[in-house]
Design a protein around this ligand. Structure first.
Ligand code: 6OG
Length: 170
């Protein structure tokens, strides 16, 4: 049964667009284990989206970013037939930071060229938007909604319903 409650999360992509590079992390534990993804997680109480993003990025791959360098790009809602709460995931672009990526208990970071992002080892929704976003073809703000059959196991590959679009200002 789906409730109206939802979890709010961040998802950050550190990028060097002039070199067509994006930093992804291989998730070593927890939700999405074994998949490559951007960095991020759930907001803690009292945090803004940007504060949470700065904290998660440091915890997961050691990069230090300023609040103002995080650029909000869009919001993706994930609904699972097997989970009561939907997830609202806020996507951020990051092009300035301090430090070098390091492996942590949660993530093993690795740079990818846009065309080489490992979609077959990522969440199934990514093939519908990630490359377009990285290549600048998905204008801000974008809003997406994906319904998954399951949040784990082989059926987490089954997307039952999806749509994603940019809300272009009038
Ligand atoms: P923690 O469990 O580490 O946060 N996330 C997703 N990312 C993509 N691309 N697709 C999904 O489809 C996702 N569901 C969750 C949000 C989980 C991290 O994974 C992202 C967070 O950055 C289902 O706290």
């Amino acid at each position: 049964m789906q409730s109206r409650e939802k979890s709010v999360l961040t998802l950050i992509y550190p990028r060097r667009p002039s070199e067509s590079l994006v930093l992804l992390g291989l998730k070593k534990r927890g939700f999405g284990e074994g998949k490559f993804n951007g960095f991020g997680g759930k907001l803690e109480s009292g945090e803004t989206l940007e504060e949470s993003a700065v904290r998660e990025l440091k915890e997961e791959c050691g990069l230090v970013s300023k609040l103002a360098d995080l650029k909000w790009r869009g919001c993706l809602t994930y609904i699972y037939n097997t989970k009561p709460k939907a997830m609202e995931v806020n996507v951020f672009d990051l092009q300035n930071w301090e430090g070098d990526p390091i492996e942590t208990e949660e993530m093993k970071p690795r740079w990818f060229e846009h065309q080489a992002v490992p979609l077959s080892s990522m969440w199934a929704d990514d093939e519908f938007w990630l490359l377009q976003y990285l290549e600048g073809g998905l204008q801000t703000p974008f809003i997406g909604r994906f319904r998954f059959k399951n949040h784990e196991g082989p059926e987490s590959w089954d997307i039952l319903e999806h749509n994603i679009a940019s809300l272009v200002p009038a």
